[in-house]
Design a protein around this ligand. Sequence first.
Ligand code: GDP
Length: 322
Amino acid sequence: MLRRLFGRPSAPAAQPEDLAPSLEPTRRGLGSRLAEILGAADISEQTWEDLEMALIQADVGAATAVDLIQELRSRARHAGCRRARELPPILREVMVRALAVEGEAGFEGLDPEGGRPFVILMVGVNGSGKTTTIAKLAARFQGQGLTPYLVPGDTFRAAAIEQLERWGERLGLAVAAARPGADPGSVVFDALGSRAAREADLVFVDSAGRLHTQHNLMAELIKVRGIIARQIPGAPHLTLLVLDAHTGQNGLAQAKAFTQAVQVDGLVLAKLDASAKGGVAFAVTRSLGLPILFVGTGEAVGDLAAFDAAAYVDGILSGASG
Ligand code: GDP
């Protein structure tokens, strides 16, 4: 799936080492706790309870932790395991499966020769990392010789427009004009009808993450999405929901509201480097039923890794299984 993520033209596939440094805090917490539990002792009821607790403490979420351990238990029983140290390979498999959501979300439709830009709509609450992720993705494609165009769809915050303009300047990318307080729908309409959009290979549309009420925000997003679809048939080709890796249960409820309002295709888990709770990847995958496509691994423009379930789990478990 990784190679398919960026589709044509080929994007660099994720290297497991991209993820490992960001998972270091999680590995020190969850990974070493699991290593302790999965020591040499016989498997007992306590083993399952301890494993479940360790997962919950790493933000895996109670329901997901129960599911994972149930699955592990039943597989271990089938395999006739008696010692806890026989469990790591099975746990690894169970965790990888939990993260591997089936889906075709990616950049397959990106066709630089096709005459129409590939449009990516970014959604998520303020501060989650949307704008930074747009810059990171745009820089990657720019590095492949493609032309991204940036559209500041969050006109409710002057700072959001300025931030995207600054990224545009730094990267040498065109940014659509937007005035603070302007109707985001008309900004997007004008931007997509512009010559810059026609000449672009990809258009990244930023969106508001907070309005006066949640309902307004969702209504606005639906409207913006509709305008994108009318301007460019088939667009947005990809809608990505950006989540902060610190997202707790409350953040998940907010995230669900986005997935209900607009058809979200995939997730970006930002700020993984700043969190010791890498278990949240399991909680968001399960609760939203969407694949994680990218992981933010720092504030710099190159700090983005394509998500790979096996590399992610290995990054967490390397202390526990090796
Ligand atoms: P937005 O409001 O959703 O557009 O969020 P921003 O892109 O403005 O990001 C909010 C803050 O998080 C900024 O200070 C970013 O530099 C920071 N940030 C974004 N992504 C990452 C990441 O992957 N790691 C770290 N450490 N910080 C990030």
